[in-house]
Each structure stands twice: as C-alpha cells, then as structure tokens.
Design a protein around this ligand. Sequence first.
Ligand SMILES: [Zn+2]
Length: 192
Amino acid sequence: MQQEWKNLDADERCAAIIAIYPKTKGTGKEIAHALSQQFRVTITRNAVISHYNRHASKLVEVPLTGTPNRETKSRAAAGQKKPVAPIPAKPKKPSGLLLRSGGHFAQPVLVKPAATPPVLAQPLTAPEPLRLKLYQLERNQCRWPVGGERENTLFCGVGTEPQASYCWCHRKMSVGIGSRAERDAIPRRMVA
Ligand SMILES: [Zn+2]
C-alpha cells in the first residue's frame, strides 16, 4: 500500500530516500525525480535538499552528490557510491621544488662553470713567502708583493735565479698577464 509523501514523517521520508537512493546517482534532482515517480506527486529538488539539510545525520549513508558543500562532506563517508565524475583539472599547485626556489620557474641553475681557475692561481704551489719589506730584499730575492700596502708592502722574498726579479713561481705568474708586448718584454729583460 502506497503511502502519500505528504503524510510521511521525517523518519519515513528519510527511509524513503534511503530506499530509493541506490536507483539514483545521488543528486538532489534524481532523488526528487525518483521520489516523485514513486509517490506520484511532485517532489522538488529543493525539497529533497532541504530535507537532507534538516536530517543530515540520518542520511549520512546516502549522501547527496552534486551540491558542493554536501559533496565534500559526504565523499569521505560514502565514497564507494559516489559516481566518479571526472574532476576538472585544478590549477596546478606549485611543486615543492618550485616553492623552494621562491616561486620562480626553472631558471637555469646558475652553476658556476667549474670555476675556471684564475690565471694567477695556477701555480698554487707557490713557495711560502718570506714577507719581507722592500729594504730587506736582497738582489736575488723575489719582489712579488704578497701583502701590505705602500711602504709596508711585503714581498715574497724567495730566492730567484740570478738577475731575475721573481722566484720561479712568481715569474710564471707574471707571464701571461698584461699585453703581449709586456709578456715579451719579460724574457728580454731577463736575457739582458
Ligand atoms: Zn716569489
């Protein structure tokens, strides 16, 4: 015997919704449509939704889908019944990597090109400088400044070849800097 919808109390209406729910996709519209057919009265989508709102605790097993606030609440509770609608692509969140880089898109990582050693640093095996002041330098001691300023400039002081201004190491370092004419001048001066 078919009861009339309008005579049902809240619990009976909940029961009716629960009974009919599996035949629907769980949207207010479909539930309303199914109930309307079953009870042969017009039951609106809004009526269904407001019934859900008033009796949410009794309807957690048959969550409404298709209404945003319902959907999020119900999905965890009854994910198995929810029709899997393709989730619209969300704007991508920046990746952790992106966040760590301060939000900038992959800039070429500024890897310093293998730190081409400065020319002067090539003979790193420079002898330990004696750090002599100018007046302390003998003729055969290297005059390569290694520290200090002006009259307090300190010089390498390592022994040199006869007539050479610099020790073997600083002579190498002196070659290759300056213009070609200057570079050529060094051997000539040494020869002289
Ligand atoms: Zn030297």
